[in-house]
Design a protein around this ligand. Structure first.
Ligand SMILES: Nc1nc2c(ncn2[C@@H]2O[C@H](COP(=O)(O)OP(=O)(O)O)[C@@H](O)[C@H]2O)c(=O)[nH]1
Ligand SMILES: [Mg+2]
Length: 307
């Protein structure tokens, strides 16, 4: 269930952000206690610690302070309700809904991002999930720059029983993408997930390679890749915003996948990343098992934070 998976996010955040837990943990702390000027200042620290960012923190606090002015009996739990309301409003439009367009043969998803973000594991988990839903999925191992990367995705594919196109270490990654689409077309796969490389000699080089991959797959389908999702390591928090912006400007992203939300103290950063890019979050990574990749749900996320 969604709720129980987001529980991992909730537990990790609360464990690693004790101030946050102090206000919003239902047991003890300030959840049931009346707030005062000093605890509201502490609340501000808690929101910063969870990495909500200045904008969101100020919006939440502004509303809490206004409510406190009208009601000196305001409690931690009332603050939690306000936090939830503000976040739900801020996250309007953040929920990406993926379903392959039947007119695309195949629907192409390119996963991009820096090394270690979680692209390869996300590719595998996503393939598994879509396959469970009855889609015919093929993986393209386009990270040809590291031998280990090729082995990693092939191991996943074998374990999860997913079809894969890969090539030798050092091969042209755009050519692997092309071959993946061609295999999908000829064998009737309706979703192709392209795992790409994260680090080349320079950032400029990486972006050029990605653009080339785009151009090459467009030889087979002018509308591909239909999805260009940036995979972001959620445990790095708002530090990823700048990097995300660079990818967005040069590659025209269409969505986000935020990984490693299990066990992070910076779980609020998803809000900042969404606010600065205004790209829907399609999936979130809540662990290392295939079923730990889940569609993003604003309700489950807000509930995990303030519920
Ligand atoms: N705990 C946790 N670990 C993750 C998650 N997603 C990826 N990882 C781990 O992060 C590391 C890097 O992932 P990988 O897919 O190889 O990243 P890539 O370099 O972008 O392809 C691996 O050890 C993954 O198991 C997640 O949602 N939760
Ligand atoms: Mg990889």
């Amino acid at each position: 269930m969604l709720g129980s998976l987001f529980q991992k996010f909730k537990d990790g955040l609360r464990k690693n952000t004790p101030t946050f837990q102090k206000f919003f943990g239902k047991v003890g702390g300030l959840f049931a206690a009346k707030l005062d000027a000093a605890t509201i200042d502490e609340l501000e620290e808690a929101l910063f610690a969870a990495d909500f960012g200045v904008e969101t923190t100020e919006e939440i606090l502004g509303e809490i302070r206004a409510a406190y002015r009208n009601n000196k009996d305001l409690r931690g739990q009332d603050a939690a309700k306000i936090g939830a309301t503000v976040l739900s409003r801020v996250l309007e439009g953040a929920e990406g809904q993926f379903s392959p367009n039947p007119e695309h043969h195949p629907e192409v998803i390119a996963l991009i991002g820096v090394n270690g973000a979680g692209k390869t594991t996300t590719a595998a988990k996503l393939a598994w999930r879509l396959q469970q839903e009855g889609q015919k999925v093929i993986l393209g191992a386009c990270d040809t720059f590291r031998a280990a990367a090729n082995a990693q995705i092939n191991t996943w594919a074998e374990r999860l029983n997913v079809e894969i196109v890969s090539s030798q270490h050092g091969a042209d990654s755009a050519a692997v993408a092309y071959d993946t689409l061609q295999a999908a077309k000829s064998r009737g796969y309706n979703v192709a997930i392209l795992d790409t490389a994260g680090r080349l000699h320079t950032k400029g080089h990486l972006l050029e390679e990605l653009k080339k991959l785009g151009r090459v797959v467009q030889k087979l389908d002018t509308s591909a890749p239909h999805h260009r999702w940036l995979v972001v390591d959620g445990s790095l928090g708002s530090n990823s915003i700048e990097q995300a912006r660079v990818f967005h400007e040069s590659f025209g992203l269409t969505g986000l996948v935020i990984t490693k939300l299990d066990g992070t103290s910076r779980g609020g950063a998803l809000v900042g990343i969404y606010r600065s890019l205004k790209l829907p979050v399609y999936f979130v990574g809540l662990g290392e098992k295939p079923e730990d990749l889940q569609p993003f749900s604003t309700t489950a996320y807000v509930e995990a934070l303030f519920g």
